[in-house]
Design a protein around this ligand. Structure first.
Ligand code: GUN
Length: 303
């Protein structure tokens, strides 16, 4: 058996088309949703992410801008910037790209963002509302995971789901979203006894631990849906090179590195019913839902 591939690029394009259509309708009323993405310091991955977020926003008819602050910017200066954006009526969404330089208190800064403009869904008000199943801004990657399952026709209600990883950004919120859709949810982590046995019981596996290829085909229930949130760069010398498919192995050998998920794709695809690739699975969904959230925030603030 070979799993059906879940195409994140295609499903993200559907979400983006919905956002574009709604932005056109808002524009005819004179409203252009505004997103400001703040980046502090010179983290290379953050630079790419923030540029892509702002660019895609503008492409879909939002007003996307980047604000780059130097690595030595103080907590107080960023607080002042957030206060200014909170008060700016043209700004609907504020995103503070993580990680921040170590002298900064990330939690205190995230807490300062107006919950109505918190398009990442990281503010405690939105986290609490999500847990209670009340309307709120929901974290983007978890919403993307749910959409991938729903668009693929995978039933969530009544199934057993396991979320491997317990981060505030992915693991905990995705577990809440699955639970609200009536799955029986296990959250597994580094101290879970018999992880393989727990994964093998699940009809839906969401891997979000940040450990390259740790979920293998031997751990997966035949026919399960496997959603891989991990993005790990592996290099020559990585101990599971022999498990890679030919294209990825060649990339490591010729370019020196390749991107892999938390799932051992080649072994998992022969057991699973559905599987997401890395890249091209969950990744494209995150930006799509960020822009959907910004649109939502713009509508809610004017309701
Ligand atoms: N860094 C990595 N992923 C994210 C995200 O989804 N939002 C923010 N703000 N920072 C991130």
């Amino acid at each position: 058996m070979s799993a059906k591939l879940i195409d994140g690029k295609q499903i993200a394009a559907e979400v983006e088309a919905e956002v574009r259509r709604e932005c056109e309708a808002l524009a005819s009323k004179g409203v252009i949703p505004g997103l400001v993405a703040i980046r502090v310091g010179d983290d290379a991955a953050s630079e790419v992410y923030v540029r892509n977020k702002a660019k895609k926003a503008t492409e879909l008819g939002l007003n996307g801008t980047q604000k780059h602050l130097s690595a030595t910017t103080s907590q107080r200066e960023i607080e002042a910037e957030i206060d200014r954006l909170n008060a700016d009526d043209a700004v609907d969404g504020i995103l503070l790209q993580l990680p921040l330089p170590s002298h900064l208190d990330s939690k205190a800064l995230l807490d300062r963002i107006d919950p109505r403009k918190d398009v990442d869904g990281f503010h405690p008000v939105n986290v609490g509302r999500l847990q209670q199943g009340r309307p709120c801004l929901v974290p983007c990657t978890p919403m993307g995971v749910i959409r991938l399952l729903e668009s693929s026709g995978i039933a969530i209600g009544g199934c057993r789901a396991i979320v491997v990883g317990r981060s505030d950004i992915v693991g905990k919120p995705v577990a809440a979203l699955l639970l609200h859709r009536h799955a029986t949810v296990t959250i597994a982590h580094s101290r879970t006894p018999d992880l393989a046995g727990a994964v093998r019981e699940a009809d839906i596996v969401v891997a979000a631990v940040g450990k390259a290829m740790m979920i293998t085909g031997e751990m997966i229930k035949p026919g399960a849906a496997v959603i891989d949130v991990g993005i790990n760069r592996i290099e020559y010398g990585f101990d599971k090179l022999d498990r890679l498919g030919e294209a990825k192995r060649n990339a490591v050998l010729t370019k020196g590195s390749a991107l892999v998920g938390d799932v051992d794709f080649e072994s998992a695809r022969s057991v699973a019913g559905w599987i997401t690739p890395v890249p091209g699975g969950v990744g494209p969904m995150t930006i799509a839902y960020l822009l959907k959230n910004t649109l939502q925030a713009a509508k809610d603030r004017r309701a």
